[in-house]
Every structure is written in C-alpha cells, then in structure tokens.
Design a protein around this ligand. Structure first.
Ligand code: NZQ
Ligand code: ZN
Length: 385
C-alpha cells in the first residue's frame, strides 16, 4: 500500500427530514447566499424546506447554475458576493450546483484578472475561501464529501477539474427522499457516474489494498442490486438511500487511499461533454468499455477479480476473465437504459477522435495510472466508441 494522508472535515447529516437541521448547522449571524440550479428545487419542495429551516436568517439567493456549470455564470455570483459581503454559501442542488458553489467560494477571494485561468489552468494555490455547506439532491458526483469540482468555460469550450482543501463542505445534508423527484435519466446518469468513479480508483494495478478493493467491489454489487429497484420504484426509500451512500462513498476518496488511480475515462469524457454537450454520465458510459479494452492487459488482474467477485465468472485465465468484466459492465449500463455508443447521440467517432487527439496533443496530455494514454491512444479509444 502506498503512503497516504486523509482529512475530510465534512459533517455528514444523512437521512429523512434532515433539511430542518440547517438552522443548527449555519451561524445565524452570517450573511448567506443560497445557490441553486434551474428550478428543480422549486418543484420538489426542497426550496420550501430550506426557506422554512432558515426563517429569520439573512439569506440572498442566486439561481440558474446550469448542468456542467459555467465559469461565466459563477462569476456573476462572485460579483454579487463581493458587493454584498456574503459570508457563507449554501448550495442546494446536484453536483453541478455544488461544484459551482465550490468554485465561487475560492473565486470570491481571488483578486486577479481571470479566475478560471488562475484556478483551473495555472492551479494557483488560493489560500482563502468563503465557507460553504450543501443540501445535495442528486447521488452521483460525491462532491458532497470531497474537495473537487468541475467547471466549464463557454468562451473556450473547456471543461476542467480543480481541487482545493478549502472547498470541502462544512456540512452536507443528504436526504434520500429528495431524490424521489429525479428524472429517470438523471437517476441513470448518477448510477453510471458512481460506477465509473469506483472503476477509476479500483481498476488500475494492484498495490496490495484488499480493504479498499473490497469497498470498491461492494459498491459495484450494491449499485447492480439497487439500480433496478429505484428505476422500477422511484420512491423506494431504502434503495434510494443505498444508492446515495454508494455515490458519496464512491468519491470521498476512501477507496483510493494508498491505492493507484486512473481518471482517464473522466478526462476523455469531459472533452465529449465540452465538444458535444452530452451529459457527464453518458460520456463515461461511452468511453469506459472501449478504454478498458484498450488497456486490458495492464488492468487484467483487477478486471479479472471484478469479473469473478461481482459478475460470478469462473474463468481461470485473467485476460479472458477481463473480457467478461468489460462485457458485463457494458451490459449493466445498457440494462438500466444507458446508451454506450457515440452514434446513439449522433456523434461521429472520427470527428470526436480527431478533436480530442488535437486538444490532448496541444496540452501534451498523458493519462491513466501509467500515463499510457496519450493523444494518440485517446484517438484509438474514441474511434472504437
Ligand atoms: O438544475 P436543476 O433545476 O436543479 O435540475 C438538475 C439538473 O437539471 C436536476 N436535479 C438535480 N437534483 C434533482 C433534479 N431534478 C429533480 N429532482 C432532484 N432531486 O438534475 C439535472 C442534473 O443535475 P447536475 O447537478 O448537473 O448533475 P450531477 O449531480 O450529475 O452533476 C454533474 C456535474 O458534476 C461534475 C460533472 O462533470 C458535471 O459537471 N462532477 C463532479 C465531481 C466532483 N465534484 O467530485 C466528480 C464527477 O466526476 C463529476 O465530474
Ligand atoms: Zn464523474
């Protein structure tokens, strides 16, 4: 196992009726900005629950964060925060709203010219932020218990991740009941995103981390068992709760402690979203099976273990068992209604492969646990998608 350090300062409050806890979790004397997305919280009652919990608090609102949140939108919030002297940010929504809130939290303390350039490209170590908390409404990103975010820039068609320990939420309220209202497509996106987060941290090469691997394999099994339940009965509380906790634990870094990580599927997927606007989960479902085929030899040990422990394979040869794992992952995605080919979204593989290769070549990109995925490898993967 490799050395590691771990410190997640997020106070997790999980379960039914927990939005009411907001009044105890936020300082009543602070000026708060409540940040939300395109209006789902108005329809499912979450907005009213939050307003009720924060009655008598000094709250201003900023709505309109879009899925795959945009830098340009975030900077509008930053302007208001600086003008109004906001002291605490409350994100109410999915991963996009929370990621935007995280970006806004550090961008509000950045006084230079171009916050995107500073935070996402030059990765300046910004040392001040506005504290934030969240009511997370979509199980997918794990953003509620990690220090990362993904922000897109309209002007340049870019979508990039950032990390900063200052953006760990002070608290995250996870009430599975708020997910009853999710559109089926978003439930599916979230399950696939979670599955791929776990793959990115589990499916590399073995450095003897049986506990972390066991957590990963149990998350796969739980997703496979619970997914059909939430899809056939969206108000199945227990299944929604299990899916949500899988999503949170899928990217709170527990399974990657001391292990080796990949993240190439995500980096290629981000480009597909940036160029063609497809959802994050959709982009991952397209890339993952082909990337695994391309990298099968180097990942065969972990793939074989997955085939045997999750999909019940009895094949003794690792390379053959690896094929079984890859086939079953794609079958699982298809079985829950997730499409896995570029052509399903009317995207030409040739066009995507060329665009991503050109961008990665310009950036000198090398991805994956062995940095084996170069611009040319990304081309080879996408041409098969
Ligand atoms: O915007 P509103 O109106 O709120 O509607 C949203 C949005 O249209 C809706 N929604 C959310 N909760 C709902 C709901 N509708 C009904 N009931 C609810 N309870 O769902 C739509 C999608 O929301 P969004 O926040 O975009 O989805 P998600 O949570 O999947 O976030 C995706 C973003 O997270 C990034 C992705 O790249 C993408 O930009 N990621 C962030 C990560 C992180 N911070 O660690 C890691 C991930 O790999 C991921 O990259
Ligand atoms: Zn993801």
């Amino acid at each position: 196992m490799n050395n590691f350090e771990y410190c997640c300062p997020t106070h997790v409050v999980f379960g039914k009726g927990t939005i009411a806890r907001l009044s105890e979790l936020i300082d009543r004397n602070k000026k708060i900005m409540m940040i939300y997305g395109g209006g789902s919280i108005m329809k499912n009652g979450v907005y009213n629950q939050v307003k009720q919990a924060l009655e008598g608090f000094n709250v201003i609102e900023f709505g309109g964060i879009e899925p795959n949140p945009k830098y340009e939108t975030c900077m509008k919030a930053v302007e208001i925060i600086k003008r109004e002297g906001v002291e605490f940010l409350l994100s109410v929504g999915g991963g996009s709203t929370l990621d935007a809130t995280k970006f806004i939290s550090i961008a509000s303390k950045y006084n230079g010219e171009d916050a995107y350039d500073a935070i996402m490209i030059r990765e300046e170590p910004i040392k001040e932020s506005i504290p934030l908390g969240d009511v997370i409404t979509l199980p997918a990103t794990g953003s509620e218990m990690n220090n990362g975010g993904v922000i897109s820039r309209l002007a340049t068609d870019e979508k990039l991740p950032f990390h900063n320990d200052l953006v760990y939420p002070k608290f995250s309220i996870i009430d599975p009941e708020v997910t009853f209202s999710l559109p089926t497509k978003q439930t599916i996106n979230g399950i696939v995103d979670t599955f791929v987060h776990v793959m990115e941290q589990y499916c590399t090469y073995d450095v003897n981390t049986p506990l972390q691997d066991g957590w990963a394999l149990t998350i796969f099994k739980t997703l496979i068992e619970e997914a059909p339940k939430v899809l056939s009965n969206p108000t199945d509380y227990d299944a929604r709760a299990n899916i949500f906790w899988c999503a949170t634990c899928g990217l709170n870094y527990w399974i990657s402690l001391g292990a080796v990580q990949d993240w190439a599927t995500h980096m290629i997927g981000h480009e597909l979203t940036a160029f063609y606007g497809i959802d994050h989960g959709q982009s991952l479902a397209i890339v993952l099976p082909r990337l695994l085929k391309n990298q099968k030899v180097s990942k065969s040990k972990k793939l074989a273990k997955l085939a045997r422990e999750v999909f019940g394979a009895t094949e003794p040869v690792d390379l053959k068992a690896a094929d079984i794992a890859i086939e079953n992952i794609e079958k699982f995605f298809n079985s829950i209604g997730m499409k896995t080919k570029l052509s399903d979204y009317e995207i030409e593989a040739q066009d995507a492969a060329e665009k991503v290769r050109a961008r990665f070549a310009k950036r000198n990109t090398a991805l994956g646990e062995k940095l084996a995925i170069t611009a040319d490898t990304a081309y080879d993967i996408l041409i098969e998608c």
